[in-house]
Design a binder for this molecule. Sequence first.
Ligand SMILES: [Zn+2]
Length: 247
Amino acid sequence: MVDLLQKLREFFVTPDFEECKKILCIQPHPDDADISMGATVSKLSEKGIKVYYLTVTDGGAGSKNQEIIGPRLSQLRKQEQQQAAQILGVHELIWLDFEDLGDYTVEQVRAKTVEYIRKIRPDIVFTVDPFLDYEVHPDHIKTGMAASQATSLYRLPKLYPGSTDHEVKAIAFFNTAHPNTFYEIEQRHFEKKLMAISQHKSQFDEKALKILSLYLSERSKHDGKLIEPFKVLPPTMLHVMPEAIKF
Ligand SMILES: [Zn+2]
């Protein structure tokens, strides 16, 4: 198995993040990418790489307060995401506006995602890991699955009319239990990420922000370095490849 993995790694080479011209980050809610890969976004945008955020839901369910949920919260969260994106240097925000915690399907999100992959032509698609053990949030499971399927199947006209000559070179999962890539960041990128997260005031009060900062600070330590972890796979490995989990 080790030999086979070695051979697969030689055969399927994924690009370094910094070799990319454009990346597409597909998130369930406004705040997920900032929390899980905000420092990476900050560093890559600083290097001139165009970072696109595609947010699947409208964020309208993210509160325990019955008074605010729905369009009002959705509008507020879009403003928060806008401010956070400005701090991190995100090039463009795209909203699919599916209802947060709604009954939309993976297939619906997949079709829209294929459309945007063909339009934006990203080198790498980033998204939440839908294979995370114990992940129960339906928006996260559906978004990760739709983004993965789209990244595997975006050339097929059955899913979205037309065709493309573009090749997505890798998919990178964040919030993953099987990281194979530890992208090194600097303290200033981490600080910017925290500043971006603090814009999501509807989601985090001061106490929650403090706990999240401590958690993320621990999670970003690896081998004496400051990092953000990802599981990076060549799109080919998203189908009939039992080796993908160890890749
Ligand atoms: Zn989320």
